[in-house]
Design a protein around this ligand. Structure first.
Ligand code: ZN
Ligand code: MN
Length: 133
C-alpha cells in the first residue's frame, strides 16, 4: 500500500467514526447498534454492520460514548457521557435520561464497607413514562 492509499483509508476510517459518533450524540433515544447502522448507511451505503460495531467499541474505549450495560441483553449506546441514570418505560420501552441527583455517596459508602475500589455503577428506574401512564 502506498502512503497516499494508506492516508486515504485512514481518512475514510476517521470519517466513518466521526459520522457514527455524531449520530449517537444527536439522539436522546439510546439507540441499538442496528439502529445506528441503518442511519450510517443512509450517509455511507457501503459500510458494514461489523464496521459499525468495531467503531462503537473504539469510541467507547475512547470515552466518547457509553454503552448501557445494565439494561439487559440488547446493547444500547449513549452519547451523553456525564454520570447519569436511566428511566425505562415498561410499556413503550423508552429510555430517558435522569440527570439529577447523582449520589456519589453510594460509591463512597460501598467502598468503605467493602474495601473495594468503585469505578462505576449503574442504577435503573422502571415504570410508565408520562406518555404511557
Ligand atoms: Zn412509555
Ligand atoms: Mn443516557
Amino acid at each position: 500500500m502506498t502512503t497516499m492509499e494508506h492516508n486515504a483509508s485512514k481518512t475514510r476510517r476517521t470519517r466513518q467514526r466521526e459520522i457514527i459518533l455524531s449520530i449517537v450524540k444527536n439522539t436522546v433515544t439510546h439507540p441499538t447498534a442496528d439502529w445506528i447502522y441503518e442511519k450510517v448507511r443512509q450517509l455511507m451505503p457501503n459500510i458494514s454492520l461489523g464496521t459499525v460495531y468495531r467503531n462503537l467499541k473504539i469510541l467507547k474505549e475512547m470515552g466518547e460514548l457509553n454503552e448501557l450495560d445494565c439494561l439487559g441483553s440488547n446493547a444500547r449506546f449513549d452519547g451523553n457521557t456525564r454520570q447519569h441514570y436511566h428511566f425505562t418505560c415498561q410499556k413503550c420501552g423508552a429510555i430517558v435520561d435522569i440527570e439529577e441527583p447523582v449520589h456519589k455517596e453510594i460509591e463512597t459508602a460501598i467502598a468503605q464497607k467493602t474495601g473495594f475500589e468503585i469505578t462505576y455503577y449503574c442504577m435503573g428506574f422502571y415504570g410508565k413514562c408520562s406518555e404511557c401512564r
